[in-house]
Each structure stands twice: as structure tokens, then as C-alpha cells.
Design a protein around this ligand. Structure first.
Ligand code: SF4
Length: 456
């Protein structure tokens, strides 16, 4: 690399080479002093469970942990919006010294009486792990009295990485699954795992499956409902969209209920078509497959002309991407390639060693591949790789704008649906609008290049 890295970080960055696949030293605690872009373990559990809209979400800890994760996803609900209230036990010095169990129990009873949720999730934060409040015991006591599931989510921020938070959330979901009645679930049925209905994306995907004659028993957790999750064990297949967060749940459901799973992505037209065909194949029904073919052919002919128009403007542009999980990164590399854009920087917060190997296989020669990066590194990579458009989340946006680089939000705060066929077109339009904006030519870094090229 032509830039400095902290010594502890060197094994987490690689320049891609066709000659050798490098095993990245990933899936571990962030290096001290690195100011990681990654969120804490508690946050990992919160982002997975947050979209369950008729559940109470109570953060047991100082108010800052709840504020930090308030309305953390743009996860839309077609009904109740209980998920958007950030409830906290607001622990202070008194609770830290004498224990917070009483306060937790009182808060839970009051909030359940006030909001009448279908279930409650109680998140343990760092301080709760340190002082040793018995959160499961409090949950059990309240559950017996109020008659709804009250589920502890033990994901203290220091417990591990954000991925450990995903695992804790999967454990909480497993406590609900299997407790509902599966009568009436049809043979052609699925659960959609790892779609969080950001900007209404679950609705787009659900519509495709319904057109194919497939029942969506539950979406975990986009536009989530407790009663749907409770009967998820009746579905024939689990379709896993966000593999980083939901693979542990899919594996556990396979083991416990014998439900097989496939990993898919709905980002980009190729991956969306592939996801629909592979799901149809598993339904073992010529009729379902016929409907899938008709749907894919109709949707592709609808969006292809506009995608081709975007490609004319984008051909030759260079992109950087930094996202939560590796499966999204694979899809984005493919979707951008189809638009004529080469990915020269690709990174994730939570990729595993196997996922980084796959990312190296998908990416071009010389792409910088990075695990759990920080703002200084990202800024250096973006300049060194001469990136035209950066794709990331809210924490990456200011880095791009300060450098005078186009930016596209592909994280949970986005307001435009980017999944499915119509989402692929929306993504292409977003990338084109930002990558080709003349505003970037006025930024000092680009102005130098432009004026030099003009002989100034
Ligand atoms: S690291 Fe600990 S204190 Fe900070 S937000 Fe996460 S749980 Fe709360």
C-alpha cells in the first residue's frame, strides 16, 4: 500500500491479485486507536430486531445507548409503529451502584401496560453487563404476569463485534419462532430472512413472490409482526437476503425444524432474477417456475432501456463501496459492473474470512479490499484509487463529500428503495446523478486535474 496503516491493521487490508487469494484477519474486535466505522455489539442486535413493529423495544442502560440507536433504520411499517419509539431505563449513578433490576421491572410493566405490545425485547448494554443485573430473571417474572413473550437480548457493547450482536438477535428470534400455530400455511411458502423493509423494499420483494404464487409466511424482520414470526417454522424454505446477520438463524431453523435455506440477494437485476428462479426451483412446481419466468422477463424488459441509458453516462467511472455485510458487496460489484463502473475499493464491517475470499474472486485486479476500516484509511483509499462515486452509509457520507466525491447511500437510512428490478434502476439513476454531477469539478482536488488537463 502506498499509505500508512496502523501496524495492527495491516492484515485487514489487501490489494486484490488474481495470482493469490489472501486470508484477511477479520471478524475480530476493532484495533485500539482505529476509530472504527463499525457499530457495537448491542447496535448489531438492535438493527436486526428493530423493524418488528408491534413489539416493545426497551434498552436497559444509560440513555445514550438508546439515543444512539433511535430510529436507526428507515424500516417502514404498514401498521403499528411501536418500533420507532426508543424506550430506555435511563440508568444513572444510583442504579449503577445499587443495581438496575427494580427500575427495569418497573419500566417494563409500565410500558407494556401503556403500549400493549405483542412481545417485548429487553437489550442489555455495557453497564448492565458490568454490574451484573439479572435481565433474564426480570424478563421471566414480567412475562409470567403479563402473558406476552418478554425476551432478553444480551448483547453488551463490549461482548464482541457487531456480528455477535446479530447472533444475539437471532437467538431472540428463535425464542419466538415455533410458538405460533402453522395451520393454513401453504406448501409453496417461504420466510424472507434479512430484509428490513428499508424504504419499503420488503414490500417490493413480497409482491414478486405473491405474483409467483408463493406465500411469504414472515419477513424477518422488515415490517415485522410478532405473530407472523411465531409461525415462521411452518414455511417450506428460508430465503436469506442479509446472510451476515441471518445465517445463524437459518442454520438453527434447519437444525430445529428441518427448513432448508438458500442465500440470495435482491440488489441488481442479475441477482434479483437469480433469487426468484432459485426460490421457484425449490417450490418444485412448474406453475411457480412459469410465473417466475414471466415476471423476470417482463421486469427486465421494463428497466433495461433506462439501465442502458445510465450506462452510457457511467462507463469508465470508478466506485468505492463500504457496507455492513459481504453479500451486499458481492451484489453491488456485479450491479456496478453491469453499469460500466469498476469497483476499485470494497470493504465491509462484518465480513468473514470465507466471504472476503469470495469478494476477492468477484472483484477486479488491484481493487483495495478492506475489513473494519476507519475514516482516515477510507479517505486515503478514496484519493489513491481516484474514486468517482462512493457507496456506503451515513458514517461514510461526510468522508466522500469532504473529498469532493459523489456519494450514494446504500445503508439503512436511505429513503429510496434499491432492491428488486425497480430498485436496480433507482440505484443506477442515483449513481449516475451523483457521479456525473458537475459540482465535483469545482472541488480543489478535481479542479487541479481539470485545469491541468486544460493546460492552465
Ligand atoms: S458500546 Fe456500550 S455504552 Fe456504547 S452504545 Fe454500545 S452498549 Fe451502549
Amino acid at each position: 500500500m502506498s499509505f500508512d496503516l496502523l501496524k495492527e491493521r495491516r492484515a485487514q487490508v489487501v490489494r486484490n491479485s488474481r495470482d493469490a487469494v489472501v486470508a484477511l484477519d477479520c471478524n475480530k474486535a476493532s484495533a485500539a486507536g482505529s476509530v472504527s466505522q463499525r457499530a457495537c455489539t448491542f447496535c448489531g442486535s438492535r438493527v436486526v430486531l428493530y423493524p418488528i413493529a408491534d413489539a416493545l423495544h426497551l434498552v436497559h442502560g444509560p440513555v445514550g445507548c438508546a439515543a444512539y440507536t433511535w430510529d436507526i433504520r428507515g424500516a417502514l411499517s404498514s401498521g403499528p409503529e411501536l418500533h420507532r419509539i426508543s424506550c430506555s431505563t435511563d440508568m444513572r449513578e444510583r442504579e449503577v451502584v445499587f443495581g438496575g433490576e427494580q427500575r427495569l421491572e418497573a419500566s417494563l410493566r409500565r410500558l407494556i401496560a401503556q403500549h400493549v405490545p405483542r412481545a417485548a425485547f429487553v437489550y442489555g448494554t455495557c453497564i448492565v453487563g458490568v454490574i451484573g443485573d439479572d435481565v433474564p430473571a426480570v424478563c421471566k417474572r414480567v412475562e409470567v404476569d403479563v402473558g406476552i413473550p418478554v425476551i432478553p437480548v444480551l448483547a453488551e457493547g463490549f461482548r464482541g463485534t457487531k456480528r455477535d450482536g446479530y447472533n444475539a438477535a437471532c437467538g431472540a428470534l428463535l425464542a419466538l419462532i415455533g410458538t405460533g400455530d402453522t395451520a393454513g400455511v401453504t406448501p409453496h411458502s417461504i420466510n424472507l430472512l434479512g430484509d428490513f423493509n428499508v424504504a419499503g423494499e420488503s414490500w417490493i420483494i413480497r409482491k414478486y413472490f405473491e405474483e409467483m404464487g408463493i406465500e411469504v409466511v414472515s419477513v424477518l424482520t422488515g415490517d415485522g409482526r410478532v405473530d407472523e414470526i411465531r409461525r415462521a417454522h411452518g414455511a417450506r424454505l428460508n430465503v436469506v437476503q442479509c446472510a451476515g446477520s441471518m445465517t445463524p438463524l437459518a442454520k438453527a431453523m434447519q437444525e430445529r425444524y428441518g427448513i432448508p435455506f438458500i442465500r440470495v440477494s435482491f440488489f441488481g437485476i442479475e441477482d434479483t432474477a437469480d433469487a426468484l428462479y432459485r426460490t421457484a426451483e425449490r417450490m418444485d412446481s412448474p406453475e411457480v417456475m412459469g410465473r417466475a419466468r414471466a415476471l423476470v422477463s417482463r421486469e427486465i424488459s421494463r428497466v433495461l432501456p433506462d439501465l442502458r441509458a445510465c450506462k452510457q453516462h457511467l462507463a469508465g467511472k470508478r466506485a468505492g463501496l463500504y457496507v455492513g455485510g459481504a453479500f451486499k458487496a458481492f451484489s453491488l460489484v456485479r450491479a456496478l459492473r453491469q453499469l460500466g463502473v469498476s469497483v476499485v475499493l470494497a470493504g465491509t464491517q462484518t465480513g468473514s474470512r470465507e466471504e472476503y475470499e469470495e469478494l476477492q474472486a468477484v472483484c477486479d485486479e488491484n481493487t483495495v479490499i478492506v475489513d473494519d476500516t476507519n475514516p482516515l484509511e477510507l479517505a486515503s483509499f478514496l484519493v489513491e484509487q481516484d474514486v468517482d462515486v462512493f457507496i456506503g452509509g451515513v458514517k461514510e457520507r461526510p468522508i466522500a463529500y469532504k473529498l469532493g466525491i459523489g456519494f450514494c447511500d446504500h445503508n439503512h437510512e436511505r429513503k429510496i428503495a434499491l432492491a428488486g428490478f425497480e430498485g436496480a434502476l433507482a440505484f443506477a439513476r442515483e449513481v449516475r446523478a451523483t457521479a456525473t454531477s458537475p459540482i465535483w469539478n469545482l472541488m480543489p482536488r478535481r479542479r487541479r486535474t481539470v485545469t491541468t488537463a486544460m493546460g492552465d
